[in-house]
Structure formats: structure tokens, C-alpha cells
Design a protein around this ligand. Structure first.
Ligand SMILES: C=C(O[C@@H]1C=C(C(=O)O)C=C[C@H]1O)C(=O)O
Length: 372
């Protein structure tokens, strides 16, 4: 049985994260945490693995903005367990509602667009991406030097990995094989995704960014702002990676809604038909128009343009042209998200769908190879 639908039970056994080498986690809202954990399990300690609600559940609960319920009165153990199961089932079903997942994707649009605007203030600075142009400590396993950009991305993952970032099921490292040991006690997440949540397409995201997106958003030339450029590259890439890998949660929600249809296509391993079934062109068109409008709104240089330019990018002066953002979504972000969805769904019926899923995912994230 797929553990997604089963009740979470508190446990004191060491979590799978003990076996991993890395990992920051979005903080679940207090309301979300209350919804899934009895109060006595809420205090983290070094010797008690922390149980946390999946970030998707936390985001869904935050979006609902309901005032936190009063703490429950003590109940008989069986009744308390049943109430806890019911609360968790409700929480997971809210978390896996497509509407809630799409709200998270919409929020991530803001993060992506703002990060692009930040990077766009600096020149392209090609030296940042050339392995020997700026000497940085350390060598890749193949003996070549890291570029400054690779160095900063990897070092950022080292720090964030120590505080559990990559144990979270919605965070994927670009250098998953190099993640360090945790300095925070490990967390065991609720099982939302199936064991096939092993998809990591960060290598493709990095290629897309360096080859297509960066040349569009940064002016050619060298302004010597190497550190700032690389810092902003890291922010853009992390935001894109999170958005695109969210495709696994989208896929899980869609699978649950149309289990019979997807199961048949999965049995045939028909990737094209799965792609067709999961594609919602009306939603895609709305996404493209919305990001175009957001880029026009967030990125308009009011001092230069004076009166507002058109949202199609033809009018005023923009820090990042709205058309570039629209194209980014149409040509890259949505196709890569759907690629993640298809890859996940093709393997959705493998294994038992239970605890092994996230363990496997976390082990892969902390035991695989560098993205490039
Ligand atoms: C993410 C979804 O799946 C697909 C991918 C989309 C996207 O990446 O924004 C939008 C619509 C679908 O074609 C969804 O249905 O919301």
C-alpha cells in the first residue's frame, strides 16, 4: 500500500536521514505542524529525530490561513490516534490538491522573477563560468578546476546541506554526491511521494541557464562584479530547480485524481501519452501571461520609462524584458517541469510506494554524483 494515504505515527527509531550526508528545510507553519503531530512530539531534540510535515503540506496549510485550532484536550490513546490519523489524512489531501500545488508554483514565480532581475543588473561576466579564469580552491573529481560559479554553488550546497536543506523532499542539490554531514538533527518527513521520487534534472537546468537564459538577461561584457554575479546565479538556479522539481508533487496529485488512466499508460510505459494526459494547455497559457505581467510589473524601471510600458515588453524600459520571462516559462520551465512529471509517473507503480520512497530520494540526493 502506498504510505501516502496511511497515518503517520510518531516513532523514536533513528530516521533514514541518519544515513545521509547532508541536507535546510522550509519551516512548516505552526498550524501545519499541529495538524500532524501530537504536542509531545513537537519539541526537537538531538536524540529524537524530528518529524515534520512535508513542505507541500505546510505551504497548503499556510495558504488556507485558518487560525490555529485550540490544543486538543487529552484523549484516550485509541481516540487520540484516530484523531491524529484523520488530521493527517486531511492535511495530506489538502497538500496534494492540485489547486494548492499550483498556488505554490505561482508563489515561486515571484522568487524566480525577482532573482532574474537581481542578476540582470550585472554584466554577463564570462570569467565567472570559465574554469581557469578565476582560481578557486579545490578540483573536480575529473581533475579540472571549478569555475567560480561552480565553486560558489557547490560551497553554498555544503553550508545549506549541513542544515538539512537537501533532506527536504522539495529541494534538490546540483552536487548531490558531495553533500556534507548534517549539523542539525535529522528530520523524517511524511511520505507524500512514491519511491520513484528520484528525479534530479539539475544538470539540464544548469545547461539551460548558462546557455540560454543568462545570455538573455545579462548584458554582454565584464563589469568585474564576479562575486555578485555568481551569488545571484546561485539564487536563480536554486529557485528554478525547486519550481521544476515540484513537478513530482504535481504528478502525484494528477496520478491520484486519474489513477486508472495513468496506471494504464504507465503499464505500457507510454511516455508520450502520459505527457499528453498531464498537459493542461489552458493552465500553461495562463502561466505565460501571468509571468509576463509580473515581469513587467516587478521589473519596470519607472525612473527611465516614466509612464508604464506595455506588458508585452514592447513599451518602457525593463530590468528583464517580460518577453524573456514569458519565453523562459514557455520554452524551458514548463517543459522541464513536465519532463519531471513524466519521469516520475513512468516509475510511479514501481515498488511499494511507502517509506522507501523518500528514503531512496534522500539517499540519492546525498549519494549521487555532481550535476555536471
Ligand atoms: C504543473 C502542471 O502541469 C503541466 C505543467 C504546467 C507548468 O509547468 O506550469 C502547467 C500545466 C500543465 O501542462 C499543472 O497542471 O499545473
Amino acid at each position: 500500500m502506498n504510505a501516502v494515504g496511511s497515518c503517520w505515527q510518531p516513532t523514536r527509531r533513528p530516521s533514514s536521514a541518519h544515513r545521509q550526508q547532508g541536507g535546510a528545510k522550509l519551516r512548516p507553519s505552526a498550524a501545519a505542524a499541529r495538524a500532524v503531530r501530537p504536542a509531545r512530539w513537537q519539541r526537537p531534540g538531538w536524540h529524537t529525530p524530528q518529524r515534520m510535515v512535508n513542505p507541500v503540506a505546510a505551504a497548503a496549510a499556510q495558504q488556507q490561513e485558518a487560525p490555529p485550532p485550540p490544543p486538543p484536550l487529552p484523549a484516550a490513546p485509541a481516540a487520540a490516534a484516530a484523531a491524529s490519523c484523520a488530521a493527517q489524512d486531511a492535511d495530506l489531501s489538502t497538500a496534494l490538491s492540485l489547486a494548492n500545488i499550483r498556488q505554490t508554483l505561482i508563489r515561486l514565480e515571484d522568487t524566480i522573477i525577482f532573482s532574474l532581475i537581481e542578476r540582470a543588473q550585472f554584466a554577463r561576466n564570462d570569467a565567472v563560468y570559465q574554469p581557469d579564469a578565476i582560481p578557486v580552491p579545490g578540483l573536480r573529481p575529473d581533475g579540472r578546476r571549478y569555475s567560480l560559479f561552480e565553486y560558489l554553488l557547490r560551497e553554498t550546497e555544503q553550508v545549506h546541506g549541513r542544515i538539512r536543506r537537501y533532506t527536504s523532499p522539495d529541494e534538490y542539490a546540483f552536487f548531490p554526491g558531495d553533500l556534507p554531514p548534517l549539523v542539525l538533527p535529522p528530520i523524517t518527513y511524511e511520505q507524500v511521494l512514491a519511491p520513484c521520487a528520484l528525479v534530479n534534472i539539475n544538470a539540464s537546468i544548469m545547461d539551460m541557464y548558462l546557455e540560454h537564459l543568462l545570455p538573455e538577461i545579462a548584458a554582454p561584457g565584464d563589469d568585474h562584479n564576479y562575486g555578485s554575479s555568481a551569488m545571484n546565479d546561485v539564487t536563480v538556479l536554486q529557485a528554478l530547480s525547486k519550481r521544476i522539481h515540484y513537478g513530482m508533487f504535481v504528478a502525484e496529485a494528477k496520478f491520484r485524481k486519474q489513477t486508472a488512466e495513468y496506471s494504464e499508460l504507465i503499464a505500457r510505459q507510454d511516455a508520450d501519452a502520459i505527457m499528453e494526459l498531464l498537459t493542461d494547455r489552458a493552465v500553461e497559457l495562463r502561466v505565460i501571461e501571468r509571468v509576463r505581467l509580473k515581469a513587467a510589473t516587478f521589473g519596470q524601471d519607472l525612473e527611465v520609462s516614466g509612464a508604464a510600458g506595455g506588458a508585452n515588453g514592447s513599451g518602457g524600459s525593463y530590468k528583464v524584458r517580460p518577453e524573456v520571462v514569458a519565453q523562459l516559462y514557455e520554452q524551458w520551465v514548463m517543459p522541464l517541469t513536465k519532463e519531471v512529471e513524466v519521469q516520475y509517473l513512468l516509475r510511479r507503480l514501481d515498488g511499494d510506494g511507502g517509506a522507501a520512497g523518500q528514503q531512496a530520494q534522500q539517499q540519492q540526493q546525498h549519494g549521487g554524483g555532481a550535476a555536471r
